[in-house]
Ligand binder design. Sequence first.
Ligand code: NDP
Length: 307
Amino acid sequence: MNAHQENPHPAPQLPTPVSVIGLGPMGRAMVRTLLAAGHEVTVWNRTASRAAGVVSDGAKRATTPREAIEASPLTLLSLTDYQAMYDILTDATASLSGRTLVNLSSDTPGRSREAATWAAGHGAAFLTGGVMNPAPMVGTDEAYVYYSGDEDVLTRHRAALAVVGAPKYLGADPGLAQLMYQAHLTVFLTALSGLMHATALLGTAGVTAEQALPELFLTADTIGAMMTAGEERPGAALDAGEHPGDLSTVTMMGATADHILETSATLGLDLALPSTILGHYRRAVEDGHGGDNWTRIIDGMREPRVG
Ligand code: NDP
């Protein structure tokens, strides 16, 4: 066979060895999923005892971060924040050259950009990632992960990264995946706070959380339907700067927000969440937009009042 002929029986590609640094619930879920997909996985965690479970599942334990980096061409970082990466890799920077770091930890877009520059300074390829599912869903068909940074890095390691969740590439800016992660988590965290405030509200009347939550989930479904279908199409209208006031107006929503605040106060609940929400509608009313659709509250978020 000459150099230009394709081998009709190419050797099957072995799964890339992967190192995982950070073994919280998310890191451990990634390790188990990678092991199940046939990857050789090396792990390191600051609190060594947290590695015991995945080591008994078949992962190799590195005794130092440097050993973990040197064990694989690809290292996934699953940490509380980006500072943890610097803390961990301080003594391993000499080993980074020619290797790939994929940081799947939460932080700001700015710190993700700085990290990409830092990694490049040590000769390492770098990708920012945001895992968009809870740990138990890692590796399932529903799991997906946003990535941004050098697309070649994703292309090179797509097979291993796809084991964790379907990769969604956003662009070359290493901060973009982090921004998307934060955008999702803004929706997620406010919804979780809303669910707990609502459960506390119902609890004052003896409604248990077990009874309350399935009812409240119905509203979560309604939000999805409202944002993606029907006459309102708030996304398209928002992009066009239109808030026509033909369905749910600022005044109506603001009145409801006022009622929630008053009820919460009467029942002795924390008022932080309902006060903040009411503030969004009050601002739009003060700006003369009471008759617009509720989407008008985005103006106050884009241009907060100083003082
Ligand atoms: P945990 O907080 O449980 O674990 C964080 C990891 O970071 C641990 O391994 C911890 O080490 C390590 N760590 C933190 N600070 C330092 C430091 N200064 N030096 C060394 N190690 C440090 O988090 P999760 O596993 O739940 O999450 C990891 C990342 O994944 C987070 O960024 C999170 O936002 C993201 N994520 C998590 C999801 C989930 O369902 N859990 C869902 C989607 C994203 P040690 O064990 O020694 O404390």
